[in-house]
Ligand binder design. Sequence first.
Ligand code: HEM
Length: 440
Amino acid sequence: MERNGTERTTAGEHTGGCPAVDLFSADFTADPWPAFARLQHTSPVHHDPTTGLWLVSRHRDVRRILLDPERFRPDNTLDAVARMSIPALRHLAAAGFALPPTLANNGTDRHPGLRSLVSGLLSGARVTAAAPLVERLTHRHLDAVEAELAAHGHCDLVTTLTRDLPFTVMLDILGLRADVDADTGVDLTTLARWNDASLELFWGLPPRARQPGLARLAADFFTWLGGLADRAAPGGPGLLGLLAAHRHPDGTPLGRQEIVAVCYFMIIAGQATTGQMLATMLQRALHDTALWPRLGTEPGLAQAWAEEMLRREPPLTAWRRVTAAPVRIGGTALPAGAPLLLMLAATGSDPRVFDAPHALRPGRPRARDHLSFGIGRHRCPGAALARMEARVVLRTVSHRCPTLRPARPAAEEPLLGLLSFRAPMQVMVRPGGDRGGDGG
Ligand code: HEM
């Protein structure tokens, strides 16, 4: 992985008269919407000197870019934002860490074949078949939530529910569930630590002193996946069997690094985004005490409300592209090789598309026209799975625990704020049944 191609610009900055946006500040993470509105209004294609990225914030521009993969390539989607320190790079190199073009970062003719492999595993029929598992798992996690509430009077829904549930579902769908448990030495807690470290290392700005520790965890993840790849055989079960049997358009099989890279991306894409989505949704829904009990009883409400949350507050807030040739976007001329940050979360609150975007209105017109799952050639193939998990988890938790309450104001929950990911890192709850203390 390399840092973004464009170096920090010091002179001739194109800010379009828009005050600077600090993408990594606590203020922006806590409340990004004023900055989104400012950018859309005054500087819809805005150069950010900290990252070297061009921020594209209007729905129309982002949509057009995603639908034009020849002129806007996905090659930089998995590049590290921070310049990596030498000790960190050494850890990665020792594990043979590399992310060759496979799925999200692949603009070559090898992409459609690989995409159809994972799309098959995530088909509508498979998602429907997985719904009972999601419901069973939600109840199992709620047993743990209730036990903790009884013992301590409070409980964090991230560690007891939203982190592990999407892991188990995704490992099941990919056929990797038997490879992850206490007996194999790699359990869900280990995987979560590896995932979190990878997100921070590649989508955060970790201080240099912190990078080697993160890199070592990402390298351990890679080494473990390498062991799985070595056992992959054509005709074998799940994703690994499919990858081992796959041939590129020129007839060549996948290399070991490609197999590992697909698995690495799938595990992060399948768990991190969905776990973050569930944490955000549960937090917001619990703070709306009138809405919360209705999610479990009113047909269709959980699904429609989840869609609004995906529009307004998606877990994957921004995604990258790079221009293949000189191009104009929203009146701004960009050279070839300009790295873009498509602000997906901003597009879901673009008033040109969504009337009163701050209001959560389940079933609003054009409810699914948001770009939170992308659009076009690389559109998220896990969208149906994520939507099903949102619907089933919200409905089940609300139905079983209609009086559950937040244990503190939302503003006091720690927030993850990376270039592309945003979600509460804790969702503390307490038993309900009384009034007061619901927080804000
Ligand atoms: C709320 C949860 C999720 C969100 C918000 C999300 C969002 C996205 C976005 C924005 C993209 C990039 C689209 C583009 O470049 O045009 C993407 C790609 C992708 N996502 Fe998701 N995703 C989620 C869940 C999942 C799940 C559960 C899986 C799999 C188990 C998954 C697998 C993938 C894959 C494989 C790609 C790359 C597709 C390609 O390049 O062809 N995602 N996702």
